[in-house]
Design a protein around this ligand. Structure first.
Ligand SMILES: Cc1cc2nc3c(=O)[nH]c(=O)nc-3n(C[C@H](O)[C@H](O)[C@H](O)COP(=O)(O)O)c2cc1C
Length: 350
């Protein structure tokens, strides 16, 4: 009997090969210590999942004031870098491959995490709703980043990528999805700028591309992936029909860069978006981007196998099933039933 496509190996590029097509999706767990240093419990958590073809870590902040929660890990100082070495060593000891997701939350934050300052974003905006994982806090106003602040952020991404590489990561994923900082520049609802970072697809894509080049120059483009959500769906960004043009432009530019992959940031990849020519996010990316594509959002063994065999995408990332089933790949391989995900599982880091 033929081996299912999902268990076949995949050559990402001349530096990196995956032992199967299943990636562990990045998932924030808020189990780092108060100084944003990862713990040995986190090393065991990731090592347990090293059967994945690729592990993508939880969002890891590039600066202290890039965060929107307490207890998320960082990669901007020596102690964090040293502690991440335990994680990469443990994953590599189990023959795993691991990328770090680099994160700046932008407006999805609160002054209480930012020494009292307003969160930065592409523009001045107002978010409503409660801050996730922080009791009693409400989102609110953001202020537009100055050009100097944007340049500082780009440099922080480059330093974070170098730190991650020094800590033993096989690569990094730029979190350009899910309504966080880079995504705030990519959608018209949140980007009202009139300088070279707003107003046109070229300008709105500029920050994403500058970050990509800064990281690519720091550690090599083959070790840099990017997560994107061309359809607005999370953190109060509304879709705009013109957003599709921004992502077409960005993906066209990405085709010219020898980066590792593009990864769909989504919870339900069956959803179609009017601004994406009524396509799903993954089919829109596949239409406009010719490099390696990781689909994500509600996939099962059957839907992932079908998508890979139809060439709709190359790899699949699974999130919640990996929280509920540390041995997910083995269970899929041996057709054992999966434990269903339950949000209560987030309280412990098994
Ligand atoms: C608890 C939790 C935390 C998450 N944190 C992140 C994150 O840090 N970065 C990110 O890009 N996506 C994050 N996501 C989204 C997942 O990467 C993924 O897109 C989502 O869970 C859908 O995949 P699934 O249906 O296989 O779970 C998170 C999801 C969950 C459930």
């Amino acid at each position: 009997m033929a081996i299912p496509h999902i268990f076949s190996t995949y050559t990402l590029n001349s530096l990196l090969s995956l032992k199967n097509r299943i990636a562990m999706a990045p998932m924030t767990r808020v189990h780092a210590d108060a100084l944003l240093v990862p713990t040995s419990e986190m090393a065991r958590y990731y090592a347990r999942r090293a059967d994945a073809g690729l592990i993508i870590t939880e969002g890891t902040v590039i600066q202290r004031n890039a965060r929107g929660h307490d207890h998320v890990p960082g990669i901007f100082n020596h102690d964090q870098l040293q502690a991440w070495r335990q994680v990469t060593s443990a994953v590599h000891a189990n023959q795993g491959l691991i990328f770090m997701q680099l994160w700046h939350t932008g407006r999805v934050s609160h002054p209480s995490f930012l020494d009292g300052s307003l969160p930065l974003s592409s523009s001045e905006t107002i978010m409503s709703g409660r801050v996730t994982r922080a009791q009693g806090l409400q989102y609110g106003k953001s202020r537009a980043a100055t050009r100097q602040e944007i340049q500082d952020i780009v440099q922080s991404y480059a330093r974070a990528a170098s730190n991650a590489f020094s800590a033993g990561f096989d690569g990094i994923e730029i979190h350009g999805a899910n309504g966080y900082l880079i995504d705030q520049f990519l959608h018209h609802d949140t980007n009202k700028r009139t300088d070279e970072y707003g107003g046109t697809p070229e300008n709105m894509s500029r920050l994403a591309l500058e970050v990509l080049h800064a990281c690519g120059n720091a550690i090599g483009y083959e070790r840099v992936g990017m997560r994107l959500s061309p359809g607005a769906y999370l953190n109060e960004i509304s879709g705009n029909l013109r957003d599709g043009l921004v992502f077409r432009h960005l993906l066209k530019q990405l085709n010219r860069i020898p980066m590792a992959y593009v990864h769909t940031g989504n919870f339900d990849d069956a959803r179609k978006f009017p601004e994406l020519d009524n396509m799903t996010m993954t089919s829109f990316i596949r239409t406009h981007y010719q490099g390696t594509l990781i689909a994500c959002g509600g996939y099962t063994f059957a839907s992932a196998e079908l998508g890979i065999s139809n060439n709709d995408f190359d790899l699949v990332a699974m999130g919640r099933p990996f929280i509920a089933n540390p041995d997910l790949v083995q269970r899929l391989r041996t057709q054992l039933p999966l434990k269903p995900y339950d949000a209560a599982m987030l309280n412990t880091l098994y």
